[in-house]
Design a protein around this ligand. Structure first.
Ligand SMILES: O=P(O)(O)O[C@H]1O[C@H](CO)[C@@H](O)[C@H]1O
Ligand SMILES: O=c1cc[nH]c(=O)[nH]1
Length: 237
């Protein structure tokens, strides 16, 4: 069933087996412009930009997910199911829940805890925790090591809500569930990978910290989180 309602490519070979997936379409463009050669744009529907190119001669794609679980739920499902994508690596920004999470730190999500109904509604999944694919995580840990980039492996919180009325709630989520940072997509991505027999991982860069109130700018979130990009790009086939 291609093209899909949200991806305009008519040829599944235009998309690599491994797709890097930032939330921000302009972060996807930055990665294509900065790191890839022989770049071809395969999606522009709704400005959710998608590109395929080569990294050190190896094929890889990068496409935005938009923000939130409904959005990454659509794009990751279409890529896995209709374009035969095998691996999706989310490369996102996150808010630190503890002062130990410093701006620009890279976190690999071992698993995601969420109060979201996404997995239950999509596939009857009852638990509130879903793991990333351990084999992908092993590879990403090795790449980070080889590149000399420090990376923490931890549980994260996937939230449906960016602006909580009760701001202090994050402290309870840290204490009770051990989530070191918050973002808004990994739980749905991990679920889609699980139900479709595919692989998913989530690399995050700390863009702000709820405990210390430090924050990066929107421009830095778009263009400056290059360490996680370099780790993820090593996944090129
Ligand atoms: O920087 P991205 O990948 O969009 O990730 C984070 O930033 C957005 C919120 O500002 C949410 O999508 C959240 O998950
Ligand atoms: O979802 C997110 C991403 C970055 N910072 C936050 O506080 N929340």
């Amino acid at each position: 069933m291609i093209p899909t309602p949200h991806i305009e490519s008519r040829n599944k070979d235009e998309i690599a087996k491994t797709v890097l997936m930032p939330g921000d379409p302009l972060r996807a463009k930055f990665i294509a412009d900065t790191f890839l050669a022989d770049v071809k744009q395969f999606n522009g529907v709704r400005n959710v930009l998608g590109y395929t190119g080569t990294y050190n001669g190896r094929k890889i794609s990068v496409m935005a997910s938009g923000m939130g679980m409904p959005s990454i739920g659509i794009y990751s499902y279409e890529l896995y199911k209709f374009y035969h994508v095998e691996n999706i690596i989310r490369i996102g920004s996150c808010g630190g829940y503890t002062p130990d999470a410093k701006l620009y730190d890279v976190i690999l999500a071992k698993d995601a805890w969420s109060e979201s109904s996404y997995a239950k509604v999509q596939g009857g999944y009852e638990s509130d925790v879903i793991e990333g694919t351990p084999e992908l995580n092993q590879r990403l840990m090795r790449f980070a090591d080889e590149l000399g980039i420090p990376m923490q492996i931890a549980r994260i919180h996937s939230s449906d809500v960016f602006y909580r009325e009760n701001f202090e709630e994050y402290k309870k989520i840290y204490d009770k569930y051990g989530c070191v940072a918050v973002e808004m997509e990994a739980f749905a991505l991990f679920h889609n990978a699980k139900v479709l027999g595919k692989n998913a991982a989530c690399l995050l860069t700390v863009s702000d910290n709820l405990a210390t109130h430090e924050a990066t700018t929107s421009e830095e979130r778009q263009n400056a989180f290059t360490n996680m990009m370099k780790i993820a790009l090593e996944m090129a086939e």
